[in-house]
Design a protein around this ligand. Structure first.
Ligand code: PHE
Ligand code: ZN
Length: 879
């Protein structure tokens, strides 16, 4: 192994720590070039472990001093560890003092203590605390923290850490200090410190129990007017967790701080959440409806972690989904509950499932496939995945389905009664939910249900029906299988909750119920029917599986028109479109949409009762990625061409309907990001795109002109951006001036510029024009690859979100990709490794893409000194 390289870590090797750290006193002298950190810990040997040396983690630290009980002590530095062998024997606590320095200004990885816009921030999850000081940097070591921060007062007027502010004051030479004490024990990954020139929106609240709390949202001085929505979302989150799960806010003060340099979305540090600005800042002039919805759910997510993650945390990082799957489930439920009406809830559910199917299903079928509770990793940062998060949330959702909503709330209560203050496992969670519901199918099937945690891969659920007209008997055989994934050649059957309805030939509901499939194959029979029913299988997407049933068009049209389950109604339309797309892809790319399909789409678009938001989802074709997932051999350019041709035909055939849809929905009055007006704006935006597409064929100048006017006059970013996007997507010549104007108008707003970059890099390819444009935009003065949001907006939008443009037969897209992965790896391995995942599914690519992609991955893999992060991704891709 080379220096800095580590070995694969296995879940089975878990051992409790040999020492506990009960309390930590940290003293920071902040300086961008050289920050001094004095760390005084109180430790004791873990009585249940044999005596051994203390091995503290540390990375990129300069060690100045080590004292044990105030005395100089002997120590060794061994590959990223500080090792102390001669510690006091016995089980008495002792003091260990470690003095180190680090260089925050040089920290481009954005892990540990770093500088962004002249302020200090920390990011400790998963293993960033060891870049601040030597420590037992693992989640099962929980300590209380007292933090003294000293810094220049003019440059860093605000000094924050977890917990409560207990003292602050002046020091010599223009410096000042603040002392924070966090009363709650926590693992080191939840530590946070912020120092800088920041301002806060403040809100005092009294919660149900009569306690007063101070809520603060800290941002850079010019951004205060963009914090109202985040604050409202925070208040809604607090109220929701109390109402739905009886979980109160346990802190006097709860702070959110925004930073524009952040690897992920946000971080749930105890009492001091640190957020990517993208998930805090919103004003109607700069943020879209989607941004507003994301802020609501991310603020909720981080807040909900306070119980699911912080009060009860993970024993080790293999249990990551314990907190992430559960907390995503909670934020999804929160967003659904806030949406209110059943139809608005269904829209949220469809959006969540779309994410699962376009991102998680491919992951589960590719080289990085891993169980929700993985068995091994090289770099834990690579396991913050859609599998851990989104599939993990689906497992929790299935548990709720199996025990009922109230039963689930009981299970949560028991989970906290048993485990508050502990670091536990996914098993502990499932056990608590089952034990609180002893008569439920979950309790009965728990060992089998837990295969969802241990087996990777998306199960395939096949359904086959038989109708015996003579006896009026209908039978449905449900069978399950699951393809091998890396390291798991054979899978045992899963517990699959199948919500199942039957409709009669006129579309009337015949039955609805939950069938829990546990065998490889089971047959359900219903008799006394007068005609063959149509099955509505997996209502609400009751399990994260791929459903295979040979639906006819007539059945799908019936479901689209009549199913009482909105999810399956949407799904029926997706299947109608998917069948046609797949047919066309197999038929050398030729598409001609048939009248029944077009009429069905028209029927939805013009439907007098359906919500605009739902219509928008139905009329959006399945994504290129989702279409690709259904194929053995993937030709991304052909898929792109087919989908574009289908859009074009829908645009032309429904032109008058799109005109009507635009006129009927474009005026949403004073801006409010509520479900109803959000849905109307979304449908109006989709209409504009189709009207611009139709105009491209007909040469009609009216709608592009109107779209440009709409772009100029729009009163909010959603309408403005939708108009801009319609011009860009349709490739209209007016797009150029609109893009220029947009840049000029928003050049000082980083988050809006991200949209500007992303829109161009994600636009439909026309004759290979996108890659040269992306390369040109990399030279733009506003581009900066060191800023993760900006890198994502340009490089990721091209490599990971624009398959038709990225998979070029001349391999130039892959060469560009490998250059960027290598470039980013030297700056920020976490971001580089995410980009590296863009070629996960290379094996299914059609030639010559397949060979070219393999070559590009091999080129990255051959680079010496790769980070663990990128090395793990490319090695698995080539394995
Ligand atoms: N724990 C964070 C969340 O999901 C995500 C995160 C992981 C942020 C690692 C930063 C680093 O809420
Ligand atoms: Zn989370």
């Amino acid at each position: 192994m080379r220096e800095g390289q580590t070995a694969v870590i296995h879940r089975a090797d878990y051992r409790p720590p040999a020492f506990w750290i009960d309390s930590v006193e940290l003293c920071f002298d902040l300086d961008p070039q050289k920050t001094r950190v004095l760390n005084r810990m109180r430790l004791r040997r873990n009585p249940s472990m044999p005596a051994e040396a203390l091995r503290l983690h540390g990375e990129e630290l300069n060690l100045a001093r080590v004292l044990v009980n105030g005395q100089g002590a002997s120590f060794k530095l061994e590959d990223s560890h500080l090792v102390l062998e001669n510690l006091p024997e016995g089980h008495e606590p002792f003091d260990l003092e470690v003095f180190t320095t680090c260089a925050p200004a040089k920290n481009t990885k954005l892990m540990g203590l770093y500088v962004s816009n002249d302020s200090f921030f920390t990011q400790c999850e998963a293993e960033g605390f060891r870049r601040i000081t030597y420590f037992l940097d693992r989640p099962d070591v929980m300590a209380t923290y007292s933090v003294l921060i000293r810094a220049d007062k003019a440059k860093y007027p605000v000094l924050l850490s977890n917990g409560n502010l207990v003292e602050q004051g002046e020091l010599d030479a223009g410096r000042h200090y603040a002392r924070w004490v966090d009363p709650h024990r926590k693992p080191s990954y939840l530590f946070a410190l912020v120092a800088g020139s920041l301002v806060a929106r403040e809100q005092r609240i009294t919660t149900r129990g009569g306690k007063d709390h101070l809520l603060q949202v800290y941002v850079r001085p010019g951004d205060l007017d963009k914090t109202e929505h985040a604050m409202n979302s925070l208040m809604a989150s607090i109220a929701w967790d109390e109402a739905r799960f009886g979980l109160p806010l346990d802190l006097e003060r709860f702070m959110i701080v925004a930073t524009s340099d952040f690897n992920m979305g946000a971080m749930e540090n105890k009492g001091l959440n640190i957020f990517n600005t993208k998930y805090v800042l919103a004003s109607q002039a700069t943020a879209t409806d989607v941004d507003y919805a994301n802020i609501e759910s991310v603020v909720g997510h981080e807040y909900f972690h306070n119980w699911t993650g912080n009060r009860v945390t993970c024993r080790d990082w293999f249990q990551l989904s314990l907190k992430e799957g559960l907390t995503v489930f909670r934020d999804q439920e929160f967003s659904q509950d806030l949406a209110g009406e059943p139809s608005a809830r269904a829209v949220r559910r469809i959006e969540d499932v779309r994410v699962l199917r376009t991102a998680q299903f491919p992951e589960d079928a590719g080289p990085m496939a891993h169980p929700v509770r993985p068995d091994q990793y090289l770099e834990i940062n690579n396991f913050y995945t859609v599998t851990i998060y989104e599939k993990g949330a689906e497992l929790v959702r299935m548990m709720q389905t199996l025990v009922g909503r109230e039963g689930f709330a009981r299970g949560m209560k028991l989970y906290f009664e048993r485990h508050d203050g502990q670091a536990v496992t996914c098993d502990d969670f499932a056990q608590a939910i089952a034990d609180a519901n002893p008569d439920s199918p979950l309790a009965r099937l728990l060992p089998q249900f837990k295969r969802w945690y241990s087996q990777a891969g998306t199960p395939r659920l096949s359904a086959r029906s038989r109708w015996d007209a003579a006896s009026g008997t209908y039978s449905l055989t449900l069978s399950q299988s699951c393809a091998p994934t890396p390291g798991q050649p054979v899978k045992e059957p899963f517990v699959i909750p199948v919500q199942l309805g039957l409709l009669d030939a006129s579309g009337a509901a015949l039955s609805n119920g939950l069938h829990v499939l546990t065998q490889e194959s089971e047959t359900l029979t219903m008799s006394g029917l007068s005609s063959e029913p149509v099955p509505s299988i997996l209502r609400g997407f009751s399990a994260p599986v791929c459903l295979d049933y040979p639906y006819t068009d007539a059945q799908l049209l019936l479901l689209l028109a009549h199913d009482t389950d909105p999810f399956n109604r949407w799904e029926a339309a997706q299947r109608l479109a998917l069948h046609r797309a797949l047919q066309a892809v197999r038929d050398s790319g030729h598409v001609e949409l048939d009248a029944p399909f077009i009429e069905a789409m028209r029927g939805v678009l013009r439907h007098p009762q359906l919500d605009a938001a739902f219509k928008e989802l139905v009329l959006t074709l399945p994504s290129e990625t989702y279409i690709a997932e259904q194929l053995e051999v993937v030709d991304p350019q052909r898929i792109h061409a087919v989908r574009e041709a289908m859009r074009q035909q829908l645009a032309t055939a429904l032109r008058h309907d799109w005109e009507w849809a635009y006129e009927a929905h474009h005026d949403t009055g004073a801006y409010r990001p509520d479900p109803r007006s959000t849905g109307r704006r979304a449908l109006a935006g989709l209409a504009l795109t189709h009207l611009c597409l139709a105009a491209r064929l007909s040469g009609d100048p009216v709608w592009p002109g109107k779209t440009l006017q709409r772009f100029k006059d729009a009163a909010n970013m959603t309408d403005r951006f939708n108009a801009l996007s319609a011009l860009v997507t349709s490739g209209h010549p007016l797009a150029a001036q609109a893009l220029d104007r947009f840049h000029g108008q928003f050049k000082d707003d980083a988050l809006v510029l991200d949209k500007w970059f992303a829109l161009q890099a994600g636009a439909p390819d026309r004759g290979g024009n996108i890659l040269p444009l992306v390369k040109q935009l990399m030279q733009h003065p506003d581009f900066n690859i060191r800023n993760p949001n900006r890198a994502r907006s340009l490089v990721f939008s091209y490599c990971s979100a624009n398959p038709g443009a990225f998979h070029r037969t001349d391999a130039a897209g892959y060469v560009f990709w490998s250059d960027r992965v290598i470039e980013l790896d030297a700056i920020n391995p976490q971001v580089a490794a995410r980009l590296a995942r863009a070629l996960d599914r290379w094996r299914r690519l059609v030639e010559p893409c397949r060979s070219a992609a393999r070559e590009a991955i091999a080129r990255v893999a051959a680079k010496p000194d790769l980070s663990n992060d990128v090395r793990e991704v490319v090695t698995r891709a080539l394995a």
